[in-house]
Design a protein around this ligand. Structure first.
Ligand code: IZC
Ligand code: ZN
Length: 425
């Protein structure tokens, strides 16, 4: 039998296919589907062969890539980022050192509100260039699907400007983007005394967002001094009534019961969940809501307390990991670093961590049937790593282990350089 492929990756030491149905929970999170001495064939941007290296003897390909015994995985998925924003907030680092908390900085008109000022001032072109810079960096770290939120406008024009930047990136950038409207990210000062009116104003944007297909998810920051449980329920129910899927920033700093609310609303994901109660974890386990954990945020806010990933996994919750990339509480594009934090701070095993940045992350943004797995017929989003086994990636921390990234079968990154024209033969 002779077979012809556009690209054939041979001599794969460990191939993580991540095969399996639905999100990974319970026992399935504890083992990984690994194929050793493997090869992957790609045709028309899709996976056309998965098998043993020795099966490829009579295969032909326009481009052969020798993985030299290294680890190969699906492209990583980052299911929670605030990708599009103006400015930066390095001045807050000193405030934090002086003991001023994240919520106190916000109360003083800084934090999210300072990024809102910078984002309102920036042109759409400036926001596009800046977001593209960060997205290129995510791709260079092996991330091929990214969720991106608005939320630094808190007015009609700027929220739409952010969403249009995401839409333009969807059309022009190799990374697949999933867009989320986070108009309910903070209370603008002019609505300090009537936040409900502000939420109504943001809800009034949903028609145009829907008409122009600018977002598929709606999210809210449910937190002390931001939006209450009741406001979050009202806001997200209204979004669901319009046909949007919902997500929620829940129990990030204080335990308000956002975890339970995520389940009650049938949210696709509940995010942060640091303060999730035992009852909240039980309810999550009995639901289809994915727990998106953001250990980089706990780290960067200098918290002792991290999300209770162990309790969640033992209870049967489908856990995913994300960077929470944003200019305040997690200024990093590096999802590999989150894998190390998950090992060290969330006590997740390497097997659990890989599920959390591939399959489960894809399900957290409704892309479970498209991304996060290497399977026949799927988009060939693939990472070749500078490591021979999967446990090495969370272990050797803080650096970029990517050797090659293929997006829809095309080499888009080679040794940390994004360049679709690089030859790797
Ligand atoms: O800009 O601080 N937590 N939103 C909720 C954020 C962090 C982003 C920010
Ligand atoms: Zn966030």
């Amino acid at each position: 039998m002779t077979k012809h492929f556009d690209t054939l990756i041979v001599n794969i030491g460990q191939l993580l296919t991540m095969e399996g149905d639905g999100p990974a929970k319970g026992e399935r999170m504890k083992t990984l589907p690994v194929l050793e001495h493997a090869a992957v064939g790609i045709k028309d941007g899709k996976i056309a062969f998965i098998g043993k290296n020795e099966e490829t003897k009579n295969f032909h390909a326009d481009r052969m890539i020798n993985a030299s015994g290294k680890l190969v995985s699906p492209g990583l998925v980052d299911p929670h980022t605030h990708l599009v924003f103006g400015g930066s907030r390095e001045h807050e680092l000193v405030l934090k050192q002086q003991g001023v908390s994240y919520l106190e900085i916000l109360k003083r008109g800084g934090g999210i509100l300072s990024t809102v000022q910078a984002t309102r001032k920036a042109s759409e072109e400036e926001l596009f260039e800046k977001a593209k810079f960060h997205l290129d960096r995510m791709l260079s770290y092996g991330v091929t699907t990214v969720e991106a939120k608005s939320g630094y406008g808190l007015d009609e024009d700027t929220e739409l400007k952010q969403l249009r930047v995401i839409k333009r990136l969807q059309n022009e950038h190799p990374v697949d983007l999933v867009s989320t409207f986070l108009g309910a990210h903070a209370i603008p000062p002019e609505y300090k005394n009537n936040p409900d009116d502000f939420l109504v104003r943001m809800l009034n944007l949903l028609d145009i967002i829907q008409k122009e297909e600018l977002a598929e998810f709606v999210d809210i920051f449910c937190e002390t001094d931001v939006f209450t449980i009741e406001q979050s329920r009202m806001f997200l129910q209204a979004a669901e009534a319009k046909g949007f899927n919902v997500k929620i920033h829940a129990d990030e700093i204080d335990s308000l019961g956002g975890t339970e609310l995520a389940v009650e609303l049938g949210a696709v994901s509940g995010d942060h969940l640091v303060g999730a109660s035992a009852a909240g974890i039980e309810r999550l386990a009995g639901s289809d809501t994915i727990a998106v954990l953001l250990p980089g945020t706990s780290f960067y806010l200098g918290k002792e307390k991290y999300a209770r990933a162990r309790d969640m996994i033992e209870a049967g919750v489908a856990v995913a990991l994300a960077t929470d990339f944003n200019p305040g509480s997690s200024p990093t594009e590096n999802l590999q670093l989150m894998m190390s934090f998950a090992a060290l701070k969330l006590k997740m095993t390497p097997e659990e961590i890989w599920h959390a940045v591939t399959v489960n992350a894809a399900y957290a943004i409704n892309r479970g049937e498209e991304a996060g797995r290497i399977a026949l017929g799927r988009k060939a989003d693939i990472v070749i790593w500078d490591a021979t086994n999967y446990a090495y990636i969370p272990y050797h921390y803080g650096v970029n282990h990517v050797k090659t990234v293929l997006k829809k079968g095309k080499v888009v990154v080679e040794r940390g350089r994004n360049d679709a024209t690089i030859s790797v033969s």
